[in-house]
Design a protein around this ligand. Structure first.
Ligand code: NAD
Length: 289
């Protein structure tokens, strides 16, 4: 209650970021968002037109509110690092002069929201995700690492100094980092492996430097917008249903609730961990009959 959260990676009401926002709001936190610049206009339009009102319902009868919505692009750290063609792109130019790079968003959050307690990284992008790793270009591989793993390092680098002691951060990863998932290509499996390793190192560094905790959730399959773009999500959901210890479809809210727990004082001694929230699928070694 009374905690301030910043969530990067919400652009509709279908993904994990939204579910985490909702679980944190249920627990009484104040939520601000970082929304990917190319998705900002549609998101804000749908939000103000009431398209999300049904999914905004909270159990106390109120509606999920976002105190601030910041344009953000987590592949850029400082204005100097933004290429000219991006700067002059219509949608990026329309994002305003307060900037959308990670350092600028952190500065904007500090001046408009103040110090925060909870930091959520719920974003990923890999331009060649549909290509097998063996056919992935250097550019595609590095772009996947940049958007999906370094973005988390950058967020902790820039938001860490404005987080209150006993704060916590969380990111979302996927089983493809540790098991072979054909179809999750383009270096995305590599990016998730980096994200998980970084979770440990950052837990130590940010723990010592800022007294905050750093964890990750390895989530089961969900038919979010990002997952649909990969193309085999329905197969993954069916596979999980058939093979996981708990035979049910994963609800985004189950990941939201686990995130709320990991970000709460109930998890005050948990840091540097990757927790599977996947109906147990990760633990199977052989498909059941
Ligand atoms: P989603 O589409 O709801 O979320 C991904 C978000 O990332 C989108 O809002 C998109 O706008 C944003 N984004 C992309 N590039 C960005 C950038 N450069 N800067 C800022 N934002 C950017 O989909 P999701 O599936 O809920 O994804 C959230 C996280 O969960 C991701 O890390 C994803 O890899 C992870 N995850 C998803 C699944 C799944 O099956 N859906 C499983 C395990 C882990």
């Amino acid at each position: 209650t009374g905690k301030k959260a910043f969530i990067a990676g919400v652009a509709d009401d279908q993904g994990f970021g939204w579910a985490i926002a909702k679980a944190l709001a249920e627990a009484g936190a104040e939520i601000s968002l970082g929304v990917w610049v190319p998705a900002l206009k549609i998101f804000e339009g749908s939000y103000t037109k009431g398209k999300f009102d049904k999914s905004r319902q909270l159990s106390n009868g109120g509606l999920l509110e976002f105190t601030h919505i910041f344009p953000m692009d987590a592949v850029y750290d400082t204005p100097e690092g933004v290429p000219e063609d991006v700067k002059s792109n219509k949608r990026y130019a329309a994002a305003g002069d307060k900037g959308f790079t990670v350092s600028e968003v952190a500065r904007n959050v500090e001046s408009e929201v103040g110090k925060i307690d909870l930091l959520v990284h719920s974003l990923a992008n890999g331009p060649e995700v549909t290509k097998p790793l063996l056919e992935t270009s250097r550019h595609g591989y590095l772009a996947a690492l940049s958007a999906s793993a370094y973005s988390n390092v950058s967020m902790l680098q820039h938001f860490g100094p404005l987080m209150n002691e006993n704060g916590a951060s969380i990111s979302l990863t996927y089983l493809a980092s540790e098991r072979i998932i054909p179809g999750y290509g383009g270096g995305m499996s590599s990016a998730k492996a980096a994200l998980e390793s970084d979770t440990r190192v950052l837990a130590y560094e940010a723990g010592r430097k800022h007294k905050i905790r750093v964890n990750a959730i390895s989530a089961g399959p969900l038919g979010s917008r990002a997952a649909k773009a990969i193309g085999f999500i329905d197969k993954m959901i069916a596979y999980s249903y058939a093979n996981a210890p708990i035979q049910k479809e994963l609800a985004a809210s189950e990941v939201g609730n686990a995130a709320a727990f990991l970000l709460s004082p109930l998890a005050s001694a948990i840091t540097g961990t990757v927790i599977h929230v996947d109906n147990g699928l990760h633990a199977m070694g052989l498909a059941p009959d």
